[in-house]
Write a protein that binds this ligand. Structure first.
Ligand SMILES: O=C[C@H](O)[C@H](O)[C@H](O)COP(=O)(O)O
Length: 220
């Protein structure tokens, strides 16, 4: 089964987690695109969705689904999003598409975070995927130097600006073995808006599309 078919299977399984009439959070990326399409094709009719990126907002509107701003949306029933890496502790690296900050905000205001991935994202330890760090543009050099001191190898994501008008440093070689501590440490560097570790607030449930079906995991 292709990675795309696995994403599709995980996305379709997530529909069962959504109640008609609810307001939900929706992340970003190719797996979430499958989810939005599957939601639109399903019998589930949500009241509205709070999207994590302009691209997701556009896709929701295309399907006639109401898009709401996070401000004023209150607590969300569920947040559905993909990941670049996820472990058995349901801790993740996210932000391959650059939407990490809005994703982290929407995850924070949701009662439940359901992560949907293909099998390639299911890892034993975080850190092979370069960690995205969103930085305000004038702090780029300073943050880069601080990341070097932590043993990271930061690289500016070329020709890319986030939906918030910031830049991304993709950082290789960071020791991610204590992801909660590292997430907090990185957030304390002046000029960092968010980093792509989702460990302080992991997912509550994981749906992995595999060749033998969708496997479900919940927080231990
Ligand atoms: O910024 C992007 C998000 O964190 C995505 O959820 C992540 O990159 C996974 O994307 P995809 O489903 O396309 O692999």
């Amino acid at each position: 089964m292709s990675a795309q078919a696995q994403k599709q299977a995980a996305a379709e399984a997530a529909i069962a987690k959504i109640q008609s009439g609810s307001v939900i959070g929706v992340g970003s990326g190719s797996t979430v695109d499958c989810f939005v399409d599957a939601l639109a094709a399903s019998d589930v009719e949500i009241e509205a969705a709070v999207p994590a990126s302009e691209a997701t907002a556009e896709r929701l509107r295309h399907h006639g689904i109401e898009v709401r701003d996070a401000n004023g949306a209150g607590e969300l029933a569920v947040y559905v999003d993909g990941a670049d890496e996820i472990t058995r502790h349901l801790q993740m690296i996210k932000g391959g598409g650059g939407a990490l900050t809005r994703e982290k905000v929407i995850a924070a205001i949701a009662r439940r975070f359901v992560c949907i991935v293909d099998e390639s994202k299911w890892v034993t330890a975080l850190g092979d995927f370069p960690l995205p760090v969103e930085v305000i543009p004038m702090a780029r050099s300073y943050v880069g130097r601080e990341l070097l001191k932590l043993g990271g190898r930061p690289e500016l994501r070329e020709h890319f600006t986030t939906d918030n008008g910031n830049v991304i440093l993709d950082v290789r070689s960071l020791d991610c073995s204590e992801p909660i501590a590292l997430e907090r440490r990185l957030n304390n560097i002046a000029g960092v808006v968010t980093n792509g570790l989702f460990a302080v607030r992991p997912a509550d449930e994981l749906l992995v599309g595999t060749d033998t079906g969708v496997q479900r995991f919940t927080a231990a």
